[in-house]
Design a protein around this ligand. Structure first.
Ligand SMILES: [Zn+2]
Length: 256
């Protein structure tokens, strides 16, 4: 892992993270700017100019600042092919790549939360928008449960050291669900304590790592025998088949 890119959060709305990427040669990029103002302020504070914008999916809290940033700054916008997103210069699809100041990000399609959702992986980092969260995953709005599970399975197969930069600080409520669904998971209990400590200090719980998420996030653990058996025993699903377990978890979380 080269860690050639510095990543820091810009806070937006109640709980969104707009990720600010700066490269060794002073170029700056943002991921999912739902609001232009906090981005402009962060750039001004750091004396940076914006070279580009990366978009994961069309939801307004991820795209609302694109047009204002483009109007104010001469920057390039990459994102999924979706007419609902205005201002994209380069459409991205599965297997495409984006080179930012010499660092290559590969595109992984992760439909489920929305049909257009993509993730960016490069330099040991993953920008996954609302597909995967710390201890949770996005609601399945446009896709199907099996589609969402397949998308998360792609992310689960990335190197375990990959740092996971999701777009929201939803960790505390996700963990309340996770410890209820998977109460005997020691790694999850430890992760819960760590995250509570971070939040009590007002610090982000993001990024996490795929290693932590694979050990603690119920939405990456549909094939964990204890978790799956517990769901069957409680009548939330009838078999331990992967899609059934995932749907049972996601549906339970929706009303938790
Ligand atoms: Zn979303």
């Amino acid at each position: 892992m080269t860690k050639a890119i510095c990543v820091e959060p810009i806070y937006a709305f109640n709980d969104n993270y707009i990720w600010l990427l700066t490269t060794a040669d002073g170029k700056a990029y943002v991921v999912d700017p739902g609001d232009a103002q906090p981005v402009l302020e962060a750039l001004h504070q750091r004396s940076l100019t914006l070279s580009g914008i990366l978009i994961t999916h069309w939801h307004p809290d991820h795209t609302g600042g694109v047009e204002a940033l483009k109007a104010a700054l001469d920057c390039t916008v990459w994102g999924p092919k979706n007419e609902a997103i205005r201002g994209i210069d380069h459409y991205l699809d599965e297997g495409d790549s984006v080179a930012l100041a010499g660092i290559t990000f590969s595109i992984i399609k992760v439909p489920g939360h929305t049909l257009d959702h993509i993730a960016y992986v490069g330099d040991g980092t993953l920008f996954c928008g609302d597909a995967l969260f710390v201890a949770g995953c996005g609601r399945v709005f446009e896709g199907t449960f099996p589609m969402m599970r397949h998308s998360l399975d792609k992310l689960r197969q990335l190197p375990k050291a990959t740092r996971v930069f999701c777009a929201h600080e939803y960790t505390e409520s996700n963990l309340r669900f996770a410890v209820t669904a998977d109460p005997e998971n020691d790694a999850l209990q430890q992760h819960n304590e760590r995250c509570q400590e971070l939040r009590s200090q007002g610090k982000p719980t993001v990024p996490s790592t795929l290693e932590i998420e694979c050990a603690t996030n119920p939405f990456l653990r549909w094939d964990d025998p204890d978790l799956a058996q517990r769901l069957v025993a409680s009548g939330r699903c009838s078999t331990t088949a992967a899609d059934e377990v995932f749907e049972a978890l996601r549906s339970w979380k929706d009303t938790f």
